[in-house]
Every structure is written in C-alpha cells, then in structure tokens.
Design a protein around this ligand. Structure first.
Ligand SMILES: C[S@@+](CC[C@H](N)C(=O)[O-])C[C@H]1O[C@@H](n2cnc3c(N)ncnc32)[C@H](O)[C@@H]1O
Length: 356
C-alpha cells in the first residue's frame, strides 16, 4: 500500500512494508534515510561541481530526488537513475511531480546495472547500494569511476563480513572475519580492502574518507586517486591480526584478515559534515568523529577484557578513558561497540586500569 513519507527536503508517495525484502515491487526503505542523508552531506561538504552521478540500483529514485533538491544546482551535471525494476520510472516521475522537481538533469533507465556502467563512459560519483553484497557491481563501477571521483559502497551482508558465516566471507571478500566484540570493525575493514583490491586492477587507489557501521549495513565512501605509487602504498596497510581469546587483546599478525588497517575516516571531513548537518544523523556523526580521532585499526572491549581476566564490578568507558588520558595515552570511544575503547596504551596498562 502507498504511503506518504518525508525524508530530508522531499516528500514521497511510495510503497513500503514493515519488513523490507527484495521480493517487493519498487519500494522505499525509510531505515536507509540516514544513509542517503550522509551522502548528501558528504557531497555538500566536498563542494563538488558539475558532477555526473550514477545511481545504478536506484530503487524508488529517492536518492536522486534528494540530490536534485538538496545539492547546489551547479553540483549536478546529470544523474543517471537506473533500476532493473520496470516500475521505477513511473514511481520516480510521480514523485518528481509531487516535489515540483524538473527531470531535465535525469537520465532514467531500466536495465542491468552492469550493462548501464559498461555502456556509459564515466561518472564522478557512483553509488553501489544493493541488497547484500556489492561484489557483482564492483568491477564495472570501479572501471567507470573517474580518476578523481567518489565511489560510495553499501554492504548489507554483515552476516558474512562480521563472521557469522566465515566461509562466505572468505569466498566473497578474500579474508577471514571473526565473531568477537570487534567483529564490525573487522568486517568494515575487510570490505574496504576488497573494494581497494578491485581498484588496484585499474591503477586506482581508493582512499576511504568516511566509513561506518549502522544497524544492518556497512557504508564506505572512497575518494579515487590514479597512480601506481599511491596504489603500491595501499599494500602497506593490508594486515592480518590476532584476537587473544584468553584475555581479549588484539595483536598484529594472525588469522584475522587481511584487512585495511589504514585510516578509514577523514576527521576534518566529518567535522565539516557535522557543521552542516542539523538532523538525526548529527548524533551518530559525532560518535564517528570521536572514533576517527585515533588512527588505530583496533580497539579493546571493556566487558570482554573484564570477563576474560576475572575483573568484577561495573566499569564505565568514560572513567577508563579518563584514566588513560591522565596517564598520557590517547583514548576514545568507538562507533561500532558501546563498550569499545580505542587507545594507544599497551594492553598491560589498560588491564591495570580496569583492575584498579
Ligand atoms: C537496496 S535497493 C536500492 C535502494 C536505493 N538505492 C535507495 O537509495 O533507495 C536495491 C535495488 O537494486 C535493484 N537491483 C537488483 N539487481 C539489479 C541489477 N542487476 N541491476 C539493476 N538494479 C538491480 C533492485 O530492484 C532494488 O531496487
């Protein structure tokens, strides 16, 4: 049944359902509103100009409408809006009308997303937003993204990436995950490396500038850079790790990964995004900003470490961070776990604070 939704600055009259599934007709998923809002904010913060956008799996086309309404006019050269679902153009056109939006900058099509990407010459922004894994589209999207463009990737197959189905992760992402308190950080970084590996085939260094886990999905925005040197530099950050099940510590070199251990968030960009955001996503972005302050690929989970080291009593993250900072270390909370602390303190020091 059709319902009216408000998202960002637009109004939508679309089908939705309590349980979203790929078997539905063209549908709208309000849960992905923040995903779309952050795309808009990132593009505004980067002040992009005359971009050719490609939304190869556009669903209702809601993202295209938000770009039209919420980005400055000179940001958009055109937006390719495509979906395999033949109902999409009608839904899109009805909603463009509802919002008094002009279609002149849109190129609407109904075809397989890979066919679209192979036929067209190139785009400055491509948004891969599938059900499940982005894998089927990575090759053609990375081939078609411009040398200075932005590639946005969503993955909802967190069951594989976060270690519930480790063999699926090994097959699809060429890396070993682990079910542990750090599972989403691991999953996000495994996804990051997989996308980067495809980029390397085309001499494109994909540098993550904003990466997060939220509810049922992972999202990474990459800035594309051309050049063999930058590509070779990425290799330095493909690392493996080990999780010590006896005490909850994380160490380099082990069975987890390989994954991207470099910086996955640009602190300055997030700060700028926060400064222009005024909605629900602000609180989440502030969490992400704190997380991005320390460029370390792993964190320790206070509940996990306490349990494994027989430490009794209630320990608060804030108190532990305060103690770490008093001792001269850097420490912050993480966005992927309520009990996680990212710090440069040696494990023994961390343990000492928890014990005290
Ligand atoms: C998660 S939805 C996209 C949501 C949309 N990007 C948004 O922001 O609302 C995934 C979409 O991919 C479409 N799709 C699945 N396989 C496709 C393919 N091979 N080519 C084009 N579209 C495809 C589905 O019809 C569905 O609308």
């Amino acid at each position: 049944m059709k319902k009216v939704f408000l998202e960002g600055e637009i109004k939508l009259n679309v089908d939705s359902a309590d349980v979203i599934s790929k078997d539905l007709d063209v549908f709208y998923n309000p849960k992905m509103g923040m995903n779309r809002s952050i795309s808009v904010l990132l593009l505004r913060a980067l002040d992009v100009k005359n971009y050719s956008f490609c939304l190869p799996m556009a669903g209702t086309g809601v993202r295209a409408m938000r770009f039209l309404k919420e980005l400055p006019e000179d940001a958009i050269k055109n937006i390719f809006v495509n979906d395999l679902n033949p109902e999409m153009p009608l839904t899109l056109r009805e909603n463009l009308k509802l919002n008094s939006l002009d279609e002149s900058k849109l190129v609407v099509s109904v075809k397989d997303s890979r066919a679209l990407l192979c036929e067209e010459r190139g785009f400055d922004y491509i948004d891969i937003d599938p059900y499940g894994s982005p894998n089927p589209l990575l090759d053609s999207a990375i081939n078609r993204i411009s040398g200075e463009g932005i590639l946005a990737v969503t993955a909802t197959d967190t069951g594989a990436l976060a270690g519930t189905y480790p063999n699926s992760c090994i097959r699809k992402y060429w890396a070993k995950p682990l079910l542990c308190p750090q599972k989403h950080e691991i999953g996000l970084r495994i996804l990051c490396r997989k996308v980067q590996l495809i980029g390397l085939q085309y001499n494109k260094a994909l540098i993550p500038v904003l990466s997060y886990h939220f509810e049922h999905y992972y999202r990474i925005f990459f800035k594309v850079n051309r050049g063999k040197k930058l590509c070779n530099d990425l290799f330095k950050f493909f690392d493996t790790f080990n999780y010590d099940k006896t005490n909850g510590n994380f160490l380099k070199n082990g069975e987890i990964g390989p994954l991207y251990s470099g910086s996955i968030n640009d602190e300055t960009l997030i700060e700028k995004i926060i400064s222009i955001s005024n909605n629900d996503e602000k609180k989440f972005l502030q969490k992400l900003f704190l997380d991005a302050k320390i460029n370390l690929p792993f964190f320790l989970d206070i509940h996990d470490v306490c349990e494994k080291n027989n430490i009794q009593g209630v320990v608060s993250c804030e108190k532990v961070i305060e103690e770490l900072v008093l001792k001269g270390f850097v420490a912050t909370r993480v966005h992927t776990s309520p009990y996680g602390i990212r710090t440069n303190a040696p494990f023994e020091e961390f343990l000492k604070i928890l014990k005290n």
